[in-house]
Design a protein around this ligand. Sequence first.
Ligand SMILES: [Zn+2]
Length: 372
Amino acid sequence: MYPEISEKRMKADFMELTTGSSESLDERRVADLLTEKLQSIGFSVTEDDAGEMLGGNAGNLYGFLKGSIPGKPLLLSAHMDTVKPGQNKKPILHEDGTITSDGTTVLGADDAAGLVEILEGIRSVREADIPHRDIEVLFPVAEEIYIQGSGVFDFSRIHAEEAYVLDMSGDVGSAAVRAPSLISFRVTVTGRASHAGFAPENGIHAIAVAAAAIAKIHQGHVEEETTCNIGTITGGTEKNIVPEQCICTGEVRSFLHERALYWIREIRRCFAEAAGNAGAELTMETEEILRAYRVPEDAPAVSRFRRACEELGLAGTLRPTFGGSDNHNFLKAGISGIVLSCGMQRVHSTEEHITVRELLNGAALVARLIQD
Ligand SMILES: [Zn+2]
């Protein structure tokens, strides 16, 4: 059944959620609004202590709504925080149905679009008295700062085995089933300082060592599934001193976790060789930020998504994403999740925008998913 989706209410919700401030760790206002909206639909809502743990002012919101279709609940998720500049946002609804910021901040459709599509999709089904499955929602904080909010959530509370994370750019009707590993690194080269004029031969030039290493390191698309990047380099203290220290940071991403590890080893090898040649010391710290996943195309979440798209006349395409999302933490917790496009465009920029039509499509998709 196709419930009536209220365009008016959806626009109002979207404008309300994208007004004001909601940068990572400052989600209080959005969390309060969402708690109220979820409760008015009939959800029981709890907020965890992620705010205290991460130094923010709000926790992850978890909600449960009983349905009448038997079976495991479905988990629907969208994050509450936005990237910078995201303070004092003022959304503008244009005559043609496009919504933008006033040009000084991001719009925050990432991820308010996901939030309102979930809310309105569920609300429309409830109002029309259409049977639906048990529904769990998780609205995490601090997604934009390396998915930290969902990273501290207690997943033993989740009963769902499949999840839909509404947090991808592009028209509604496509989903990501594959995402990369991301390993960041920080290399410190320590040489020896010496006066650059009186006794340069007594020094070991840390910047020159780093430069020699970087010249040998492959960057960009080093193979089909993998990218490498040296992102920052800092070193030296004075124009007349042979630099003692040089610090380089960067990242490796790959759809294949093993290949990410291989390229990290390659980068370490290049630095170690250059340091060895010059007699410099080397330390390298690495951190696994994301672990690659691939959801099989016959997984229930994928089949359900495709059925819903077919019924609604949406494309139903599957594609990889090369970015992180809360879905990484869902997969880690054993929940088979996919990431859905929710209509937002040019995210993480002040040109971010979305159309009312896409918001309506997103709500219709949620409404189909929970009836299936
Ligand atoms: Zn996002």
